[in-house]
Design a protein around this ligand. Structure first.
Ligand SMILES: [Zn+2]
Length: 292
């Protein structure tokens, strides 16, 4: 398997909560065209971290996969407040975990498509709320039962340690967890600490310059590579809006290859490092099963 983008969305609908039609990502033809271009750059697989409450749309995903030729991996889980479905609040942690496990082992919404990862499960700007704690605990139980990795959402990169504490207290090893959006923290020491704990650290908001410059992203990332953390690093673009697509004036998915990788190479990252980060790490992560 060639390169894998580990944190993307295929069909995503956060438009009702965000009161913004741009947050309905449903530009089928544009996405297929961009994915075909990604294939020429070596991308063979994309992980769709859209889950329950985010407008996950399996029929659409199947069509995108068929038309683009890029394999799409689906996810189970719920996102964070205020995107949790009403039923979530009535159910126990065990019930919710059971639902996630069924989506991994049997299939999602009565389809044959099984979830290959748990996420993106997350927390807000002020930390992990009570409901989000319940969500992360259910995700941990599902991961323990199935061996599947957890991939998280952090708001502006914050509270990664608290997420990791919750997971390790539940019996997961840190290597079983991808902390998402960590680049947004823009904090060298914070990244180092997460890596030292053994977590997978994801730079997945490449090109979102209103939050952070790509120069700083590239500096932080290449420093982590230079320190030998290649096996704990992931890269993705996290396109979530119609306006992020190239034809709509956005950066598009290929930006990672045309703009960001050259910045890493300038800073001493090698082709071999990129192979580990975009190929070997995703292969290892997605192959995980329970050791029976
Ligand atoms: Zn996210």
């Amino acid at each position: 398997m060639g390169y894998t983008l580990m944190h993307e969305h295929i069909y995503l609908d956060l438009s009702a909560v965000k009161q913004d039609d741009d947050c309905l990502l449903n530009a089928f033809d544009l996405m297929v065209a961009e994915f075909k271009q990604l294939k020429t750059l070596g991308v063979e697989r994309i992980v769709d971290v859209t889950n329950i409450g985010m407008g996950r749309n399996l029929a659409y995903v199947e069509q995108i996969q068929q038309h683009s030729g890029v394999e799409i991996v689906s996810a189970t889980g719920c996102y964070k407040e205020p995107f949790l479905p009403d039923w979530f609040y009535q159910k126990t942690i065990d019930d919710i975990a059971h639902h996630f496990i069924e989506e991994i082992e049997i299939g999602i919404e009565a389809s044959a498509r099984k979830a290959g990862i748990i996420g993106e499960v997350g927390s807000g700007f002020d930390g992990i709320s009570e409901a989000e704690s319940k969500l992360l605990q259910a995700a941990a139980l599902a991961s323990l039962a199935t061996g599947k990795m957890i991939t998280t959402h952090t708001s502006l990169g914050r509270f990664g340690h608290e997420q990791l504490d919750l997971f390790t207290n539940m019996g997961l090893s840190a290597e079983q967890v991808i902390i998402g959006h960590t680049d947004l923290a823009g904090d060298r020491d914070y990244l180092q600490q997460l890596l030292d704990r053994g977590a997978i650290v994801e730079f997945d908001t490449i090109g979102k310059l209103s939050y952070l410059s790509d120069e700083l992203r590239a500096d932080l990332f290449s420093e982590a590579v230079a320190k030998g953390y290649q096996q704990q690093l992931l890269l993705s673009v996290d396109i979530t809006r119609k306006s992020h697509l190239k034809a709509n004036g956005g950066i598009g998915y290929a930006y990672l290859f045309t703009h960001f990788l050259p910045m890493l190479f300038e800073r001493g990252v090698t082709e071999q490092d990129i192979e580990v980060i975009l190929q070997h790490n995703p292969n290892r992560i997605l192959a995980r099963q329970t050791a029976l």
